[in-house]
Design a binder for this molecule. Structure first.
Ligand code: SF4
Length: 355
């Protein structure tokens, strides 16, 4: 049997999509454990109703139907948008009436990446982020995280990659996030390779230490850096006041050495803010002794730019990238996708909350 997570989530509070076969059996059919596997296989097919679970006895279907109000999903898609570049964005309603969003990005090579949320809103307060304006409302359950994958699959085709980079800070909800990772990776389930799953954090050092020391599934780690100047980062990303750059750097170095893995440093490029030559040299100094690739993300203001930032010009993006390359750093550049539908997370859900 799979070694389940070191941080336990509560199966009683999960929807079915947050449970392994043995947990489903334990809750609904303890004397016939194979029923858990049967139900799990139907869930893998993404069925909409318990009636479709034909090899499951009627009594058990009724029991589950009563527990989950007739629908194996605890969440539903209330709005979907598609950009000309293929980006799909979903607004998803939770059982308690709150909203989250999930995005599917298709890159030039045809890879489909599900960008999923881990919390409703976020407490981290990054000044360039739309989700931060909603404040923190609650953590998502593993089921609510996994269901996003299924909703995206049904609407836009199976995602090949998963990144925890939607709404919320995943390491602030580490128990449910790890449970969902285990479900995505489960060899008798979705079987998503650990190499294709990325957890993106704003830099919660204790969470990075937990991943370093305890995570048995070698997922990828990305850290949203955005400034390598301690003072500026504290203004842009308030988490830096609690976990300043030297402490973050130490945690990342330990992660790279202990796991032998490369990390990604995400750098949201803000026009006239963090795109200078000095900022570039500071970034190079921060990254030079880490096994890191730097991902440059030009800031996406969305349709209504209410923030006090400027979109970086093409010229400044190119200059910044070539300076980094001259410093000998590995970089990737995210091309602007989903612009027509406010591809940055929090823009749709934030609107829904305020409308
Ligand atoms: S960037 Fe991420 S961590 Fe920062 S406020 Fe937005 S959702 Fe939270």
């Amino acid at each position: 049997m799979l070694q389940h997570s070191f941080i336990k989530s509560n199966p009683e509070k999960q929807g079915l999509y947050g449970l392994f076969p043995e947990e489903i059996a334990q809750l609904f059919s303890p004397s016939t454990p194979f029923r858990g596997r049967q139900v799990f296989d139907w869930l893998l097919k993404g069925v909409d109703s318990f009636e479709e679970m034909l090899n499951v006895p009627k009594q058990l279907r009724l029991k589950m139907s009563e527990a989950f109000e007739g629908n194996p999903f605890t969440t539903s898609v209330t709005e979907q948008q598609q950009d000309d570049d293929g980006t799909v964005k979903l607004l998803i309603r939770l059982q308690d009436g709150l909203y989250i969003e999930s995005v599917l990005l298709t890159d030039e090579e045809g890879r489909k990446t599900a960008c999923i949320s881990s919390q409703v809103g976020c407490a981290m307060g990054c000044t360039f982020c739309k989700t931060a304006e909603m404040g923190f409302q609650r953590n998502l359950t593993a089921s609510e995280i996994v269901e996003q994958f299924y909703h995206l699959s049904r609407i836009a085709g199976n995602p090949s990659h998963i990144v925890y980079m939607g709404m919320g800070e995943p390491l602030a909800n580490i128990g449910e996030v790890i449970k969902s990772v285990e479900l995505f990776h489960y060899p008798k389930g979705l079987q998503i390779s650990a190499r294709k799953i990325t957890i993106s954090t704003c830099g919660l050092v204790h969470g990075i230490k937990t991943l370093t020391e305890e995570l048995s599934i070698p997922v990828k780690l990305a850290v949203s850096l955005t400034s390598a100047d301690n003072e500026q980062r504290s203004v842009l990303m308030p988490i830096n006041r609690r976990h300043p750059l030297p402490i973050l750097h130490r945690a990342l170095k330990s992660y790279c050495i202990t796991t032998g893995k490369r990390i990604t440093l995400e750098y949201v490029l803000l026009g006239d803010e963090n795109d200078s030559e000095i900022a570039c040299r500071e970034l190079a100094a921060f990254a030079k002794d880490l096994n890191a690739v730097i991902n440059i993300i030009p800031w996406n203001p969305g349709a209504e730019n209410e923030m006090h930032f400027n979109e970086p010009s093409q010229q400044s993006i190119s200059r910044f990238c070539s300076l980094l390359e001259k410093e000998g750093l590995r970089i990737t550049r995210r091309y602007r996708r989903g612009r027509g539908i406010n591809g940055a997370c929090g823009q749709l859900a934030g609107k829904s909350v305020s409308d």
